[in-house]
Ligand binder design. Structure first.
Ligand SMILES: Cc1cc2nc3c(=O)[nH]c(=O)nc-3n(C[C@H](O)[C@H](O)[C@H](O)COP(=O)(O)OP(=O)(O)OC[C@H]3O[C@@H](n4cnc5c(N)ncnc54)[C@H](O)[C@@H]3O)c2cc1C
Ligand code: SF4
Length: 519
């Protein structure tokens, strides 16, 4: 069996970025990825293929805490879930790293500060081509200027932004990882389409982990990527202090691999499941789980989509450009965090079909979609030890979750509706709309269900205390010297902005630590 310096399991935001960092070390790196490359094909941009037929979604059944089947909205492929993400690439706020009192409890402090991660955020923003306007977002921490200018609003969103400003808010351009060149459209890889958030990019212009990290890493002769390799368990030496074998299934056959260092990056749910499946005599409750933390504190954000359907059309094609963080830490009269407001990709009739009553005619859904502003609201859920990943008797994933800390989210939805009711004009009807653009209009707010595990995090938390965390400050297992976990699992709290940039920045941080360790 050939021995590698590092094996990385999973090639998403965490694993892919780590591979990119370690490629320059010259060390022998092996990436094991259970999925394959997403084919470039017309279906990439078909809402029927992607949303209705779930063409690229994992074909797996998990169970919830009541034993009910759960079909997770997750993707196994090179680049992981970043192939499908909306590429909104936010830094956590400085206060997110500290203990923060919420209406529903306490969000714990991280063992590192914003300043510790800041240089890696700078690097991650450069690697993932983030476009934005530093300083526009009132809660954004200090940092280097964004490497690329903000992505412009289309007229409907520009108008909404100005209306929010008139109401005293500080709306801002969402930091986005797309390779768009608005100064020279002919040289732009990105064409600003309506099938970005939730879809793979057919022209490879989205800054996902495959395009920006993995494909670049494997240009180095010392980096090997094997696809279609599902890691089943990790085996240790008799002392239990180090991993000696990585056991995987490839095309129906069992294969084993070995390395001096193993970095697990399967996503927060699958990484926890892998460690639990790797229980042995020295680690009876799961690998590196003396603290009992592995699998616990699952968080995924409290997320809602709010469709504000108005009499005014919304012809926007690329809708992800606008965000509002004025209520991130609360509002007068409610001194607790509420969360973040932004947009999903433009919804269409086909996508709405999935959630509509069976007799709703298609043209109604199309009409609704052509008149809706489709907001995405995110609030922080708190790390409850009983919200957790476990395995059933056959080793399948069970995801137990009870929502918590919901008051801020409810207020955020109410606040947004209130703001929209007070809009003074619209670009189509002008000031004839001053009676209240949305006042007699329709709001459809839908909470993202448990199967929507897009923002999964927190199941293998890092910390200074081995009794309360599974990983140390460098994301190395307290109990296994050569085991690292480098994906969304390490979050001790979920904050309320999208997680990917923090996962990427942390992977660069851990990668730097590994380079030092290996020298
Ligand atoms: C539709 C959608 C939209 C999103 N939009 C945004 C956004 O706008 N902004 C943002 O910040 N975040 C967004 N996210 C979330 C973001 O994509 C994730 O936070 C991020 O990809 C998680 O990184 P990760 O490394 O933890 O896991 P992943 O990126 O999921 O990578 C895990 C990898 O491990 C592989 N794997 C799993 N198990 C095994 C195994 N046993 N053996 C081998 N390989 C394995 C998987 O195939 C996958 O490639 C979105 C997600 C989705 C689904
Ligand atoms: S908006 Fe740009 S980056 Fe996104 S899918 Fe379309 S072309 Fe690709």
């Amino acid at each position: 069996m050939e021995n590698y310096d590092v094996i990385i399991i999973g090639s998403g935001a965490g694993g892919g970025t780590l591979a990119y960092r370690l490629a320059a070390s010259g060390k022998k790196i092996l990436i094991l990825e259970r999925g394959g490359y997403i084919p470039r094909e017309k279906e990439n941009w078909s809402s029927k293929a992607v949303n209705t037929e779930a063409r690229y979604q994992a074909k797996e059944t998990w169970r919830d805490r009541n034993g009910k089947p759960l079909h997770p909205h997750t993707n196994y492929c090179v680049g992981g879930n970043t192939k499908f993400y909306g590429a909104a690439l936010f830094r956590l706020r400085e206060r997110d790293f500290r203990e923060l009192r919420h209406h529903g409890g306490v969000s714990p402090a991280w063992p590192i500060s914003y300043q510790d991660l800041a240089p890696y955020y700078d690097e991650a923003e450069a690697l993932y081509h983030v476009h934005g306007n530093r300083g526009e977002d009132p809660s954004d921490p200090p940092g280097a200027a964004y490497p690329h200018p903000a992505v412009s609003h289309e007229p409907r969103l520009q108008h909404l932004s100005e209306d929010f400003e008139r109401q005293g808010l500080r709306p801002f351009h969402t930091p986005l990882g797309i390779m768009v060149n608005e100064r020279n459209r002919r040289a732009s890889a990105c064409i600003r389409c309506n099938t970005c958030d939730g879809y793979p990019c057919m022209v490879n212009a989205k800054s996902d982990a495959q395009v920006c990290a993995v494909d670049r890493a494997i240009e180095s002769p010392n980096v090997t990527l094997l696809t279609g390799v599902k890691v089943e368990r990790l085996e240790t030496s008799a002392s239990g202090r180090e991993i000696t074998r990585v056991v995987a299934i490839r095309e129906g056959r069992t294969e084993t691999y070995s390395a001096d260092i193993v970095a697990v990056s399967c996503g927060a749910i699958n990484s926890a499941a892998l460690l639990l499946r790797s229980a042995n005599g020295r680690h009876p409750d799961g690998l590196a789980n003396g603290s009992g933390a592995v699998g616990r504190h699952y968080m995924g954000h409290t997320n809602s989509v709010l469709m504000a359907v108005s009499k005014c059309p919304n012809p926007t094609v690329f809708q992800k450009t606008l965000s509002v963080n004025d209520f991130y830490f609360g509002e007068p009269g409610f001194d607790y965090p509420m969360g973040h407001i932004s947009f999903v990709g433009k919804l269409d009739g086909e996508t709405l079909k999935g959630g509509a009553p069976p007799l709703t005619p298609g043209f109604t859904l199309d009409l609704m979609a052509s008149h809706s502003l489709d907001f995405w609201l995110t609030s922080e859920d708190l790390p409850d030890p009983d919200n957790r990943v476990t395995l059933d008797r056959d080793g399948n994933i069970v995801l137990s979750y009870r929502a918590n800390n919901e008051e801020g989210h409810k207020r955020l939805i109410a606040r947004l509706k209130n703001l929209l009711n007070r809009q003074r004009s619209c670009p189509v009807h002008g000031h004839e709309c001053h009676q209240g653009l949305f006042a007699r209009n329709l709001y459809l707010a839908e909470r993202i269900p448990l199967a929507g595990v897009a923002h999964q995090n927190g199941t293998i938390r890092f910390g200074a205390d081995p009794r309360a965390s599974a990983l140390d400050v460098n994301c190395r297992a307290h109990e296994v010297d050569n085991l690292y976990v480098v994906d969304a699992s390490f979050f001790p709290s979920s904050a309320a902005v999208n997680p990917a940039l923090t996962i990427m920045a942390n992977a660069l941080r851990v990668g730097s630590h590994l380079m030092e360790r290996m020298n």
